[in-house]
Ligand binder design. Structure first.
Ligand code: KIV
Length: 267
């Protein structure tokens, strides 16, 4: 029997039912398959791949072609979760035509079911235009890494009451413009709770405390594959870097000693 695909409606219903939503990023076939088998509701092909896969300092160099390529790898593996493609820097900011065409590429070439884009009041027209093209859009507020230079670094956002009110207004405006969910990144837990209670679409938190409708983490952070830096909000559930290092060291040593391969691995 075919498994039923998670849709944007499943996620909205989960919020209504008070059921939490679990999301994780993935960038390739093997990890996307594992994420899906683990029961994730959402697999996000995040532009965080610029940092954790490509080794860049920021997400800014990531291109549309790269995002479409990785989204296709992920989509091939995922049978159940909703696959969301993350619109990279400059794929939607410069105009509505660009935004709609690039969102369309995620669906047509990457086989994603939805896209995500960063920003509040400044991207409402893009959200409406992409939604009108029949492509579901997820919003992203708070610490938006594509604005790293404007923020002056990766810092917790909206700490003051005025900034909190503005973020809440942005969340309401995004809902009005048609998003099906909103990522809240790097904001005080109290503000995330207020936003979560004020919008009818699910909020998915990352560094936004426990009151969001769901949580997302970067796969390489939670598996301990990316250890260059680790924000306070990351919980490491495994240490795959150490495990991989151990395995590769053992393999090397067995090759050097002649312990591998044996007759068992030979024809
Ligand atoms: O790029 C990404 O992985 C993201 C998530 C952290 C929300 O935007």
């Amino acid at each position: 029997m075919a498994t039923e695909r998670t849709t944007i409606h499943t996620l909205i219903q989960k919020k209504k039912d008070g059921e939490k939503i679990a999301a994780v990023t993935a960038y390739d076939y093997p990890f996307a398959e594992i994420a899906d088998e683990a029961g994730m509701d959402i697999v996000l092909v995040g532009d965080s791949l610029g940092i954790v896969v490509q080794g860049e300092e920021t997400t800014l160099p990531v291109t549309m072609d790269q995002m479409v390529y990785h989204t296709r790898l992920v989509s091939r593996a995922v049978k159940k979760a909703l696959v969301i493609g993350d619109m990279p820097f400059m794929s939607f900011q410069a105009g509505l035509d660009d935004a709609v065409r690039n969102a369309g590429r995620f669906v047509q070439e990457g086989f994603a079911q939805a896209v995500k884009l960063e920003g509040g009041a400044g991207v409402l027209d893009q959200v409406s235009a992409i939604s009108r093209a029949g492509i579901p859009v997820m919003g992203h507020l708070g610490l938006t890494p594509q604005s790293v230079h404007q923020m002056g670094g990766y810092k917790v956002q909206a700490r003051s009451p005025g900034e909190g009110d503005k973020l809440l207004a942005d969340a309401r405006a995004l809902e009005e413009a048609g998003v099906f969910a909103i990522v809240l990144e790097g904001i005080p837990a109290r503000l995330a709770k207020r936003v979560t209670q004020s919008v009818s679409v699910p909020t998915i938190g990352i560094g936004a405390g426990p009151h969001c409708d769901g949580q997302v983490l970067v796969l390489h952070d939670l598996l301990g594959l990316f250890v260059k830096f680790s924000p306070k909000f990351v919980k490491r559930y495994a240490n795959l870097r150490e495990e991989s290092l151990k395995a590769l060291r053992q393999y090397r040593s067995e090759v050097l000693s002649g312990e591998f391969p044996t007759d068992q691995h030979s024809f």
